[in-house]
Design a protein around this ligand. Structure first.
Ligand code: GLS
Length: 809
């Protein structure tokens, strides 16, 4: 799909005239953006159709990736890159007096996810298409994406993210593919004259689910897959039943916001409805599609794999059963065998609050027929297991117990594969969190360490380093990430190391300018750029980072002559709107930033920048400029992490606990090229078992730590006494749930090591190079290949070119 400059310019100007009757000079940046987006879409549309038809004609098995979150960020640049158009378009627009970067900035981030989970789903969509694998995404088209974060007086304030307000060029509404989804009402089995039972669902609320499809363009391989997001509408024929505003609003709300506030009953119910909505719409449309194409549902497992991404889509299991048993009159045993073969499940966290559980009453009222099916699955599970294992295990693993429906249990029992997202995490699932299930189904458990879309995080985000890589090791890494390893040949090459330093400097200077523009803070672009970017959560321990900065500040105040390796601490993080404690940490970081950044005596030695509204596009600006990657969660709590991989790829040195994929990064680069500190997962579990952690003892026994902790409440940090007390209490009164005080001294020592290493630039650059060279193994291309081979059992399809060639023969 290459294009010449001349042809592109002609097409672009024609499109501008067609769309707006404007010349380049007259057009606004927004007009230029939509024109280019329309042209891009029109161009890949042909391959999109060919890909779809190829899947239909070759009868290859396809995977459907169900996820309540997708976080693609901006699509334009990635589409241009994947089409092989990026350089030509950039140069052609330049000829026309247009800076592509200005156009790219117009695109709103498609932020239909909260963080790692949704971003992973989008990295996978890119890789599945790029590997030519037959795969489809299935999710919700939220009207409002993840909230926009503003800081007002240091506090996080959430603003609505109306990403659709000016339309969305990438999507195609497909009315003809709409399906209906039923909620509420009453379900029962009616006995017919011949004695057979038929399920009846009386008085349901009927909703029309409309799919909006977006092309997922593979990397220069002609494959264009589909991400299908569902919107809800009132069916025309049901208008009569929706007379009150209240009733109409219920339907609108279904796809209105991502993660509605779940701190109240109505919010939780809405969340459950969202889950059933996209699960039912997606599953129905899959089965309808395969039936319409003449497939036999009796061996649907040979054509379809459904992936349950975290517990939110776990109702795929009973919905698939409902369709096969109720609508297709398949017998239960056959349908169940097929369901298990079709379904697979990924667990993304061991945090108890994220393993969804629903009260029986709520699930029954939201979808009575689905509840009946879950009850029957549970009944059969208990029946099958009784007498074969301890009753205790059955009680702990069954789906419904004490009036609660356990969605993770449903996903594990109803699928053939359960995987964790990093080695440590998968081991914890097997040995601790899901140990009972592991005893029941050992062969179902496996690990698939996460990966990242390396094209986005290197080629798009870091063109400076990308060019250096081209010059040094050739361009094969652009297609095969493991070829980054070729860089190892240059680990002692002073010229290359120097060029690496220059590339990093370009990125740091660019970020420094951005920081100044956004926040007014002027940072020293030769300081260490020390970056922690991720959701704000107690287990991720932004607090540990904060305490260390307080320590540095107090040291400098105590000894004004002291010189430290200058640092800019950069944060990006959103806190869930109802997560009070996380918001308190944001406030204190912001107040400390205010204090330090305006303290003349500190000069350039220390700066704190908390960038507002962390998002995929902001990450693309920060990551290439990072020197240090903060991955400091309490060991065992971060299932994998993916910012750790993105930062490593961009040459940052990881400062980490032995948690999640940090361990695999350590294994990849070796102990000398990473800085590790803190408790291990085994030590954390030992504390739990012996219940012998006493945070106060750390406070009492260390003068240094005491000073730092006291600074939270003694007025050192202005305007945050309330928040300071809250954090202080969490550490001392409530015994520091995430062992921050236990790891503090280790962390300080590790940070000193970082400063020391950085002072020897040659050594630092070599470490940085080794990190880049070893990042190829975290390519999502490889990760999805493993899912495809081990779990989904799907094969790369023929490329449209191959299909074209064959048809012409
Ligand atoms: C998460 C985990 O917390 C991350 O460690 C992980 O990298 C990510 C993708 O697997 O999934 N689980 C979750 O609920 N949100 C996440 O970011």
């Amino acid at each position: 799909m290459t294009i010449s400059k001349e042809l592109f310019k002609e097409k672009f100007m024609d499109m501008l005239t067609e769309k707006y009757a404007l010349s380049v000079e007259e057009a606004s940046p927004y007009d230029l953006y939509t024109t280019l987006a329309t042209l891009i879409r029109a161009t890949y549309a042909k391959d999109w159709g060919i890909t779809r038809r190829a899947y239909n004609t070759t009868h290859e098995k396809q995977v459907y990736y169900f996820s309540i979150e997708f976080l693609p960020g901006r699509m334009m640049k990635s589409n241009l890159l994947n089409m092989g158009w990026l350089d030509t378009v950039e140069a052609s627009l330049k000829d026309l007096g247009i800076d592509l970067e200005d156009i790219l900035e117009i695109e709103p981030d498609m932020a239909l996810g909260n963080g790692g989970l949704g971003r992973l789903a989008s990295c996978f969509m890119d890789s599945i298409a790029s590997e030519g694998l037959p795969g489809n995404g299935n999710g919700i088209r939220y009207k409002y994406g993840l909230f926009k974060q503003k800081f007002i007086d240091g506090y996080q304030v959430e603003l609505p993210n109306e990403w659709l307000s000016r339309g969305n060029t990438w999507e195609v509404r497909r009315d003809s593919k709409a399906v209906t989804v039923k909620f509420n009402g009453h379900a029962y089995l009616k006995e017919l004259e011949d004695g057979s039972l038929v399920p009846i669902h009386e008085n349901p609320t009927v909703v029309r689910a409309i799919p909006y499809d977006t092309g997922m363009v593979g990397y220069q391989n002609g494959t264009v897959n589909t991400l299908r997001l569902w919107d809800a509408e009132i069916p025309l024929e049901e208008e009569i039943n929706y007379r009150s505003i209240q009733q109409r609003r219920e339907i609108e709300d279904l796809t209105s916001v991502l993660y509605p506030d779940d701190s109240n009953e109505a919010g939780r119910r809405l969340r459950l409805m969202q889950e059933y909505f996209f699960v039912s719409a997606g599953t129905q449309s899959i089965i309808r599609h395969f039936k319409a194409n003449g497939y036999n549902l009796n061996n649907i497992d040979e054509y379809v794999a459904i992936h349950i991404n975290d517990t939110h889509p776990a109702m795929c299991v009973p919905e698939f059963m409902r369709i096969l048993v109720d609508e297709e009159q398949m017998n239960w045993e056959r349908a169940w065998a097929l369901t298990i073969k079709v379904m697979s499940y990924t667990n993304h966290t061991i945090l108890a609050e994220a393993l969804e559980k629903w009260p029986v009453e709520m699930l029954r009222s939201v979808q009575p027929r689905i509840y009946q099916i879950i009850e029957e699955i549970d009944r059969r599970f208990v029946e099958q297991m009784t007498g074969t294992i301890d009753w205790g295990i059955i009680e702990r693993t069954r789906i419904i117990s004490n009036g609660i429906v356990h969605m993770a249990h449903l996903a594990i029992i109803g699928s053939h594969s359960t995987n964790g997202v990093a080695k440590l995490h998968s081991d914890l699932l097997k040995n601790v969190v899901l140990h009972d299930f592991y005893r029941l189904y050992p062969s179902r458990f496996n690990n698939k360490t996460n990966g990242i879309a390396e094209r986005r995080w290197m080629q798009l985000a870091n063109p400076t380093l990308s060019h250096l890589l081209d010059e040094t090791i050739g361009t094969s890494w652009r297609f095969e990430a493991s070829d980054l390893y070729l860089l190892m040949n240059y680990k002692d090459d002073k010229k290359v190391l120097h060029a690496l330093a220059k590339a990093k400097q370009v990125n740091k200077t660019r970020l420094a300018k951005f920081i100044e523009k956004e926040t007014g803070v002027i940072v020293n672009d030769h300081a260490i750029f020390d970056v922690q970017i991720k959701r704000l959560h107690a287990y991720k321990r932004q607090l540990l980072n904060l305490l260390h900065i307080i320590k540095l500040y107090l040291d400098l105040k105590e000894d004004p002559k002291k010189k430290i390796q200058p640092r800019v601490f950069i944060f990006g993080a959103k806190a869930a709107p109802s997560y009070h404690y996380a918001k308190a940490i944001i406030k204190v970081i912001n107040e400390l930033a205010n204090l330090i950044n305006n303290d003349e005596s500190i000069k350039d030695q220390l700066k704190i920048v908390f960038l507002e509204n962390y998002s995929v596009s902001l990450a693309e600006k920060i990551i290439p400029a990072a020197d240090v990657s903060e991955q400091i969660s309490l060991a065992s709590k971060e299932a994998s992490g993916t910012s750790n991989m993105k930062l490593m790829l961009n040459g940052a040195i990881t400062l980490a606990t032995l948690d999640g994929a940090n361990i695999e990064i350590r294994d990849a680069v070796g102990d000398d090229n990473i800085v590790i500190f803190g408790l291990t997962e085994a030590e954390v579990y030992a504390y739990y078992e012996q219940a012998n952690y006493r945070a106060f003892e750390y406070y009492e026994s260390s003068v240094e730590l005491r000073k730092v902790i006291d600074a939270l409440i003694d007025g050192t940090i202005p305007n945050s006494s309330q928040e300071g007390i809250e954090i202080y209490d969490s550490l001392l009164k409530y015994n520091d749930e995430f062992f921050v005080l236990r790891d503090f001294a280790d962390y300080v020592a590790a940070q000193e090591k970082v400063a020391h290493l950085y002072s020897d630039q040659e050594k630092w650059l070599k470490m940085s190079l080794i990190n880049i060279a070893n990042a190829g193994r975290f390519s999502a291309d490889d990760t999805v290949k493993k899912y495809a081979e081990d779990i989904w059992r799907i094969k790369p399809n023929k490329t449209p070119q191959q299909v074209k060639d064959e048809t012409h023969d």
